[in-house]
Design a protein. Structure first.
Length: 135
């Protein structure tokens, strides 16, 4: 199922889906750093996939794949500057000095849902009495 995000509301709905994953595809702040700093960020898991651990009204907490750490993403202020395009979300970084920076996240769902986590169909079943023989 392709991911199409048009708003913060769509983004929050996406995060609640089983297996929803975020992955940073670009971070302009890190891109401007020296090679040594970029390697250190990668080693700490900056570009590793993230899955939702918990979500509140104003933030989400993510587990980082392969690392024993969590990352927070807040949306309490400034979300009107977030840009949604297909399966990507661009979040501007507001710093007092320097050029404007942004983090671009790619959102994805697993190709095959995890076993045991599928939802049952809500289609109506015929009445039990109607299925009994002889009635």
């Amino acid at each position: 199922m392709p991911v199409v995000l048009r708003s913060l509301s769509d983004f929050k709905k996406f995060l609640r889906k089983p297996g929803a994953t975020l992955q940073i595809v670009q971070n302009t702040f890190v891109d401007r750093q020296g090679e040594e700093a970029r390697v250190a960020y990668r080693r700490k898991g900056l570009y590793e996939p993230r899955t939702l651990r918990a979500m509140s009204k104003k933030a989400a907490i993510f587990d980082v794949k392969g690392h024993d750490t969590t990352v927070w993403l807040y949306w309490d202020r400034g979300t009107r500057h977030w840009r949604f395009s297909g399966d990507t979300v661009t979040v501007p970084l507001h710093a007092a000095l320097g050029p404007p920076d942004a983090v671009v996240y790619r959102c994805s769902l697993p190709l095959f849902p995890e076993p045991g986590r599928q939802r049952r169909s809500t289609a109506k079943q015929p009445d039990d009495e109607a299925r009994l023989p002889g009635l």
